[in-house]
Design a protein around this ligand. Sequence first.
Ligand code: ADP
Length: 370
Amino acid sequence: DFVLYYFLYPIDRYRLRPYLSKPATAKLAGLGQGMIEVQSISKHYQHGGKTVAALDNVSLQIASGEIYGIIGRSGAGKSTLIRCLNLLERPDTGHVSLHGEDITRLDERALQQRRQRIGMVFQHFNLLRSRTVAANVRFPLELAGGLSPAQMDARVDELLALVGLQDHKHKRPSQLSGGQKQRVGIARALANHPDLLLCDEATSALDPETTDAILALLADINRQLGLTIVLITHDMRVIRQLCDSVAVLDHGRVVEQGKVLDVFLAPQHAVTQSLLAETGMGQGALQGIWRQRVATPVIKLTFVGEPTLQPVLDKVGREVGLRVNLLSGTLSEIKDTPFGQLLAGVVASDVDVSALPAIFAREGVRCEVL
Ligand code: ADP
């Protein structure tokens, strides 16, 4: 895939740009501007005499500088969608715009120019086995042309430092761990200064600890370089740790999308709820139990940010004589934001239960009476 990708889409002459010293404000400056706009794309495949709708009227808006996750189960259409973002797959209908330009209308040559600004990271790394780490990272620079050998060496060193592999530059891929191989894949994807990085299940072949390290690296790259990242995954933990926004794909359709915090704290669609339940963050099953067994009124408290770290329940409890029976609870982080959700049966309260939402709102906590 990788070799095909680079040979099919020749890279323009390299323009030396001090990419690594790009100010961190680049991300802030770019945020809010439409970077990628996917408008009503559909893609059908013929399989065994039948037509399969891999994508069915999908629309997305991805802002510059954000990390956007696309999640869904196997067969949901994730790979097809990410490949439509650089038109490795052409949608049957609909449009894909980058920086306001509709790339579905470009001729092949102009499209190749656009693709030069898109890096790609693969699940199985797709490294060239016969080449050293440094030579793998150097490969796209060689294809692009325009750099002297010394300039290429300098760029390779810069990239290897970025991904923490300076000491491994002369090794072959077979001498590296999975996480190190993916670091090479990331360095290679960044070689020609893309402004968009597509990650195709980049951590699915890695163990949990290595996954965390690679996600931290991607977050760091996003912060340092102001690079927009779009990733596909089947793992909600990846979305929770890394992404700003998420789209949930099911049977080729976007069934839910929004800011990760909003989607995690109030998932609307059954597919989102079940994907969350698998990470231990859904409350569906517990809600089923308390509905049958708990006779008291039940409140759901949602803490986001600072109130998560404060003894709000204790404080309100003292103020209004609220005593609760905790039924379930989550305390975790979404990207860098701490959050918590508690389900509690109200055992006693000096005020009417219907007054509790306003009282908790004063403490910055959402309270719903279920
Ligand atoms: P995901 O990445 O979420 O697993 P895919 O985008 O690979 O989903 O596939 C979506 C649907 O399209 C599946 O039903 C799959 O079988 C079908 N599909 C994908 N690529 C092809 C292809 N080249 N030919 C036929 N069917 C395909």
